[in-house]
Design a protein around this ligand. Structure first.
Ligand code: MG
Length: 251
């Protein structure tokens, strides 16, 4: 099932996307899947980020190819960092290029959405706590990332976390899923989750031993090789097999 969060007539709701129609829910899908009976046309609703997470936990260097392109060895443990709620935007929203930044990069990522509160969950039980999967662009001020030595400022500007377009609750090929990025319709990243250093069940378990994860929280699983810069006026699309395309423009 593909679930979207959207605005329609000034009201924010959730619904299931089926072809070009939206079957509206009467409550948050994190409580229960309840249809309200209202059906809308996809073109009539404004897509929002499919969740409003309390936190976005990102994994650095989780693809062997990307670790190689940055000249980094694989790590024995995941490197994790946070993006704030204030950085989250939805499909179609604009990424604002900060005037203090000289290099702004895209990073196409598969993100998972937590469905049940979890703390110190085992790898065996980890997947039960996942609600579904979505796309994420881990927008990065690369010039600041290298200058600061740690990543908070580089990763956290407003609009630096596009998420969407939907949550797929039944992603079939999780361990063999293609992750692509198009910049102005040109293919720039083309990776596969089979290149992961750390498996998803391991990441959920590892992160939940650090911080309690709540329904709607996001874990972004890292980006494949091919990262590069964006310019003002560019259109950037994260395309995840089985989920869809997350399209944003840079201003
Ligand atoms: Mg990243």
């Amino acid at each position: 099932m593909k679930i979207i969060r959207f605005k329609y007539q000034k009201k924010i709701s959730w619904g299931e996307l089926r072809k070009n129609d939206v079957y509206c829910f009467s409550m948050s899908p994190f409580k229960s899947i309840n249809y309200s009976g209202l059906k809308l046309k996809q073109v009539d609703v404004q897509f929002l980020a499919p969740v409003n997470p309390s936190k976005v936990v990102c994994v650095g260097l989780n693809y062997r190819g990307h670790a190689r392109e940055l000249g980094m060895a694989d790590f024995s443990e995941p490197v994790i960092f946070l993006k704030p709620q204030s950085s989250v935007i939805g499909p179609g929203a604009v990424i604002k290029y900060p005037s203090s930044v000289s290099r702004l990069d895209y990073e196409a990522e598969l993100a998972l959405v937590i469905g049940k509160t979890c703390s110190a969950v085992s790898e065996e039980a980890a997947l039960e706590h996942i609600f579904g999967y979505t796309g994420l662009n881990d927008v990065t001020a690369r010039c600041i990332q290298s200058r600061d030595g740690q990543w908070t400022r580089a990763k956290s500007f407003d609009t630096f976390c596009p998420i969407g377009p939907c949550i797929e609750t039944n992603l079939k090929k999780i361990t063999n899923c293609r992750i692509k990025l198009y910049l102005n319709s040109r293919l720039k990243q083309d990776g596969c989750t089979s290149d992961f250093v750390f498996a998803i069940r391991y990441l959920v378990s590892f992160i939940s031993r650090v911080m309690t994860l709540y329904p709607g929280d996001i874990i972004s699983t890292g980006t494949p090789q091919g990262v590069g810069p964006m310019q003002r006026g560019d259109t950037v699309e994260v395309s995840i097999e089985g989920i869809g395309r997350l399209k944003n423009t840079v201003v």
